[in-house]
Design a protein around this ligand. Sequence first.
Ligand SMILES: [Zn+2]
Ligand SMILES: [Zn+2]
Ligand SMILES: [Zn+2]
Length: 345
Amino acid sequence: MLVKERVGEGTRFSNNEFELDFSTSESELIVHMIDLLSSNQDIYPVIDFENNEFSYPSLLEIGDTSEILGILEKLASEKFSIIKRVIHERIPVCPDHPQYLAAVLRLYCPSCFSSDIKKLHLIEHRSCGYIEESDHRLIPKKCKYCNKTIQDPITEIRKIGRWYHCNKCKSKFDKCEFKLHCIKYDHDFDISQSIIIDIPAYRLRSCGRLSPFYTVALMTKLKTMLESSGLKVNTSFKLKSETEHRGLLYVFNSDKSSAIVDILNSEDEIGDEQVSSTIVKALHLSPNITIFVGIGNISKKAQIMAENHRISVVTEDTFEKISSAVVRIIASAFGVNSHGGESGE
Ligand SMILES: [Zn+2]
Ligand SMILES: [Zn+2]
Ligand SMILES: [Zn+2]
C-alpha cells in the first residue's frame, strides 16, 4: 500500500500545540507513572526510618526519589493537574535537624524531669469491691482481700484510675511531661517546636483521563512497544478543545504495509461524528489496518459504524489493556511478534 502522506514526527512532551518542557528521561518516567495510575494503582511511599529516607517502590526501578518526586509534584500542580497529591503520613521532626526523619516520644516526671517513671492503675475486684494499686503490666492472679482466683481480668477487674509514679523523686502525677527525642543527634525538643514533614502519596484525578498528558503518555507507551516489535512509528497529537483531544500513530512495517491508530479522548460520549473523522483519515492515508481507541464512552451506533468500515475498536480502560489490544491486532496482521522482530516463517 502506498503511503500518501507522512504524519508529522514527534510526540515528545512538547510540540507547538502542547508545550510542556520535559526531558526525554522525564517523559519516560511520566509514561511509567501514568501507566501505573491508569490501572488504579496509587503511588505510595515507604518510609525507612533506619536509613532516614522515603521512596516510592513502584517507581524506584526507573529513577531516583528526588527526580520522581519532582515530576510527581509537577504533575499534581495546578498547571498540569493530572494527578492528586494526598498526605500519606505526617511526621514531626527535630527543628534543628529536620533532614532526619526519626524522632521518638519520651515521657518525663513533671517535678524532677527524670525519665525513670512507671504507670500505675487503681483496680477494683468487682465481686468484693476491694481496691488496690497495681503496675499496669501486672494484674494480680488472686484478690488479696477475698482470696478468690482471678480467671478473666477483663470481666472481673475494673480499672478505676491511673497515674504515674516517679522512681527518683517518688512523686505521683496524672500527666507526664512529653518530649520528642532526636535520635540522630541525641537531644530532646518540645513537641510544639517540631517541624511537620508531609510524605505524600499520589493518585490519578477523576478527570485525569481528560488530561492531554494521559493521551500523550499512552501514545508514547504504544510507540515504544510497537518499535520494539521492529515497526516504525510516527505520531501526531491535537488538542481539539478543552474536553477533547486526539492522538494519531502511523505505523509502518518493513514490507511497506501500514496501520493507523487513532486515539480519541473525550469527556462527552463518542459518537459517529468522531468515528467519521477516523474514516476520513483512513481514506486519506490508506493503511492496511485502522484502529480506533476510544477513551471515554463510545456510543453503540459509533461502534457499529466503525466495524462497518473495518475499523477495529479498542475501548479498554487501562494503558496495559489498551496497549496489549492494539499491539496484538497490529502484530497479528503484520506477522511480527509482539516482543520484537519479525516472526521467522
Ligand atoms: Zn536534632
Ligand atoms: Zn520525679
Ligand atoms: Zn476480692
